[in-house]
Ligand binder design. Structure first.
Ligand code: FAD
Ligand code: AMP
Length: 480
């Protein structure tokens, strides 16, 4: 086969593999370069961070640990009596590996059925849209393309006070691989990843302490929702210490000693394991030749415009390696947009309607603007909230913690944001995404018929509450 392609994609995570499949579906001769190799060194592994060490394995552990916690603590209240509930960590990890294996193999199948050529090796962009691929034996080969899409993703940030050792001080990947439940677990960083992984091990029995340098819990989240989430996490035993900066971590006699500073001074804690989850950085190592024409921004991300074009004509970049939220679905949407644009179509990602989720229990999910953002912008707004405690389905499911909050423009009634902390928030938030995409008003949602009894009725009631018309709760705002 010739080494010239219409499109070469570098990276087969949710940005890259989706872009490659879409480009092939649009009739473009497409190849995808991926360097990830199986542990035995024999096979290429597709799917990137998301499928291998991110979204999917973390959700497998979240689901299993949630079931275990329910079986231990809340089944008895519901009339289910179990004795001797035990967690088998080895079996749990086997199941997680099985799910990952099935999905990553599935991508190989999708590449085949769509006609995407998969190239195993490390890709480097040279000048004039040439891609040099170095295989695992160090051999190089240069491919040419009319368009190159860079989707090289991101990596955990390692900080000097707590270098990863892969055993006691670990990143998010290591935290998905513990072979037993640590008795005392420290987590540095109360971001999405720290909270999700901390809550997995807390449910399985670890005493979890989360150290967070900032004074505000989840500053990017609507603060009414963030406060409710913190209340629930604390109730579950997660000890979140805000305004607490970790300054040093050291392993001595199989324990991690962590020094930190807070408003009261310097303290030390000891843990059996420490997860460092202080963010991720773009993956650009040995990716761009000096004359590739692609530039980085001041934070080290590949610089792109709103359509993911880099400074080099015909070279695009998507996903975690560019600005914007580090989310799998954002990466995939950008992949589709770029493939379509290469094929001559003109779609645009709506960056204002990308949902975010924290997969804890209860889950936290949101789309659009927070109340703090709307207030800061000086826009007149109105708010409707509805608690899950007043929702029949949530009661039946024994999951009444949390609320739905809708923010709408005072003048036009247009929905500006939907914020949820509660059961199935990750599913319910899709209704807010659709409302934002369609420019829906709160009244549009209020006049829509929702099935009963469902958790989604909380969205309906919050929309009704925007104008003081909620049925199943006393209204704060009088109906006009
Ligand atoms: P990646 O998935 O990082 O893929 C990049 C790929 O490129 C990798 O396979 C890498 O090997 C390859 N590569 C890099 N450089 C080269 C090169 N030079 N040559 C060849 N190949 C190369 N997001 C969500 O939306 N929902 C979640 O629930 C969620 N949970 C997460 C949980 C954890 C623990 C973590 C760590 C992340 C989570 N994320 C989640 C984030 C999500 O995984 C990323 O946003 C997503 O994977 C980004 O996709 P991507 O395609 O840009 O990059
Ligand atoms: P995120 O970027 O959402 O993954 O969150 C990472 C969190 O880690 C941020 O909220 C940071 O404030 C926090 N963080 C970074 N360094 C430290 C540190 N040394 N001690 C405690 N928290 C930290």
């Amino acid at each position: 086969m010739s080494d010239k392609y219409d499109v070469i994609v570098i990276g087969a995570g949710p940005g890259g593999y989706v872009a490659a499949i879409k480009a092939a579906q649009l009739g473009l001769k497409t190849a995808c370069v991926e360097s990830w190799t199986s542990e035995d060194g024999k096979k290429q592994v597709l799917g990137g961070t998301c499928l291998n060490v991110g979204c999917i394995p973390s959700k497998a552990l979240l689901e299993i640990s949630h079931k275990y916690e329910e079986a231990q603590h809340s089944y008895a209240d519901q009339g289910i009596e179990l004795s001797d509930v035990k967690i088998n960590v080895g079996k749990m990890m086997e199941r997680k590996a099985g799910i990952v294996g099935q999905l990553t193999m599935g991508i190989a199948g999708l590449f085949k059925s769509n006609g995407v050529t998969s190239i195993h090796g490390h890709g480097k962009l040279l000048a004039n849209k040439q891609v040099e691929v170095t295989d695992k034996d160090g051999k190089t080969r240069v491919y040419e393309a009319d368009n190159v899409i860079i989707a090289s993703g991101s990596k955990p940030i390692e900080i000097p006070p707590a270098p990863f050792d892969g055993e006691y001080i670990v990143d998010s990947e290591g935290a998905l691989e513990f072979d037993e439940v640590p008795k005392r677990l420290g987590v540095i960083g109360a971001g999405v990843i720290g909270l999700e992984l901390g809550s997995v091990w807390a449910r399985l029995g670890s005493e979890v302490t989360v150290l967070e340098a900032l004074d505000t819990f989840l500053p990017a989240v609507d603060q009414q929702v963030a406060k409710e989430a913190l209340k629930q996490f604390t109730k579950q035993g997660l000890d979140v210490k805000l305004g607490t900066r970790m300054t040093n971590a050291e392993v001595k006699r199989k324990l991690v000693y962590v020094d930190y500073e807070d408003s009261k001074g310097k303290e030390q804690l000891k843990f059996d394991k420490l997860i460092v989850a202080v963010g991720r950085r773009p993956n650009t190592e040995n990716l761009l030749a000096a004359d590739s024409g692609v530039n980085l921004d001041e934070r080290g991300f590949i610089f792109v415009d709103d359509q993911c074009k880099t400074d080099a004509p015909g070279v695009w970049a998507i996903g975690d390696v560019v600005r914007g939220p580090m989310l799998a679905h954002k990466a995939s949407e950008e992949g589709v947009m770029v493939a379509e644009r290469i094929a001559g179509n003109k779609p645009q990602v709506n960056y204002d309607a990308i949902p975010s989720v924290i997969y804890t229990a209860p889950e936290v999910a949101w789309v659009g603007k927070t109340e703090e953002q709307v207030k800061a912008e000086g826009e007149a707004y109105k708010v409707g909230t509805f608690p899950f405690a007043a929702n029949g389905r949530a009661m039946a499911a024994n999951a009444t913690a949390g609320l739905v909050k809708i923010i709408a423009c005072e003048k036009t009634d247009r929905v500006l944001g939907l914020h949820i902390v509660g059961p199935q928030a990750s599913e319910i938030v899709a209704q807010g995404v659709i409302a934002l995409e369609f420019g829906s008003s709160a009244e549009d949602l209020a006049l829509t018929c929702f099935a009963h009894p469902t958790l989604s009725e909380a969205v309906h009631e919050a929309a009704l509450a925007v104008d003081g018309g909620a049925i199943h709760i006393a209204n704060r705002r009088k109906k006009k």
